[in-house]
Each structure stands twice: as C-alpha cells, then as structure tokens.
Write a protein that binds this ligand. Structure first.
Ligand code: AMP
Length: 198
C-alpha cells in the first residue's frame, strides 16, 4: 500500500544505551524533532532508556504520535515508556519486530549496539529478498558506522554483496536529507507489505 506522505510512519532502531559520543544523543533528539515537525509518526521499541528514550521524548515534544512496541520481559530492563501515544506490550521479540515493521513505511537505524544491528540487518535482508518494499536508512552520525560500512564494501568487493543489494541501504551523516530521501522512496513503494506472511 502506498503510504500517505502526510502520515508517514518512520521506524527507528537505536541503542538502548546512550553511547559515549554526545553527537549520538544530539542525533537521536534531532531525528525525533524532525519526525514531529514533518507531521510524521515514530514507531520504535517502546523503551525509555538510552537513545530510544531520547528519540521518543523529542518526537513527543515536537507533536508526533509515538508508537512503542516492547516485549513484556523487557519492560523493566528497557524502562517501558509510559507517556507514549500507543504502547503495545507483546509476548515475544518476534511479535515486537513484526508489529514495528507492519506499522512503518520506512526504517532508520541510528547509532546502537547488537540489537540495533540485528534489526537493521533483518529489514535490509528482508528487503533484498522482496519480503517488503520499504526503504532502509542508516544514519552514520559521527562516523559511528564507518567500520561497518567499510566491511560491507569489503564483502561487496569479495563478491558476496551485489551493487544492487548495497544500494538498498540509504546512508547519510545528516538526519534531515536522509529522512527526506526515505520519505521519497516510501512514497514510491508499490509492493504489498508481506510481513504478515513471514
Ligand atoms: P541495543 O542496540 O543492543 O542497545 O538494542 C536496541 C534495541 O534492540 C533494544 O530495544 C533491544 O531490545 C532490541 N533488540 C535486542 N535484540 C534484538 C533482536 N534479536 N531483535 C530485535 N530487537 C532486538
């Protein structure tokens, strides 16, 4: 289903901790603010901890509806956010991921750790397999992902990742242009959402 750009839902993956670089926290706040200023919706993991809490609070402050999806077992550990527009407490991680994907028109990863990487690679690989047609972005704030992108380049040079697969990941160091690019690609997406089928 082609999304209404005026009501775009952006799914943000990011750290459940705040990293050492203040630039990362600034980027999380900027992404939340920009989503609100554009009249979009934030979908995320529902926690109030770390980068997740920063992006959610900034989006709420800028007037965005914010949808959180969190497994019951992580409510305490990730400080389930009680001030969201919608908080879905689900039973499993798989339910969380499916609901976040179904409710979103585009995906954006900010600096984070293992969980963030897992979420990013899942939506990227599912896109290359044709399970969905939603754009996938990576915000490379402060060079956080330089080493990862270098490895992706290495894997491409070694013949394991095609140029077309690599091109499915939108990368930028600035949030504003990256969000605009994701919005344009989301508006052009035509394939039905197959998440419910997987
Ligand atoms: P992290 O980047 O490790 O701080 O984790 C960021 C978010 O990813 C947290 O909300 C984690 O619960 C979540 N997460 C951790 N493991 C997974 C996983 N296997 N699939 C999806 N999300 C995960």
């Amino acid at each position: 289903m082609t999304p209404d750009p005026a009501a775009l839902s952006i799914c943000v993956f990011c750290g459940s901790r705040t990293g050492a670089s203040p630039a990362d926290a600034d980027a999380a706040r900027e992404v939340g603010r920009l989503i609100g200023e554009r009249g979009w919706r934030l979908v995320y993991g529902g926690g109030h901890a770390g980068m997740m809490g920063l992006v959610a609070d900034a989006a709420l402050a800028a007037g965005a509806p914010v949808v959180g999806v969190i497994p019951q077992s992580l409510m305490a550990r990730e400080h389930g956010h009680t001030g969201l527009t919608e908080l879905h407490v689900v039973q499993t991680m798989h339910e969380r991921k499916r609901l976040m994907a179904e409710r979103s028109d585009a995906f954006l990863a900010l600096p984070g750790g293992l969980g963030t990487l897992e979420e990013l690679f899942e939506v990227w690989t599912w896109r290359q397999l044709g399970y969905h047609d939603k754009p996938v972005g990576l915000l490379n704030t402060g060079g956080h992902y330089d080493a990862l992108l270098a490895f992706i380049g290495h894997a491409a040079a070694a013949g394991y990742i095609s140029a077309a697969q690599r091109a499915l990941l939108q990368v930028d160091t600035c949030a504003g242009p990256l969000l605009q690019r994701l919005a344009g690609l989301a508006a052009a997406a035509t394939e039905p959402d197959d998440y419910a089928l997987t």
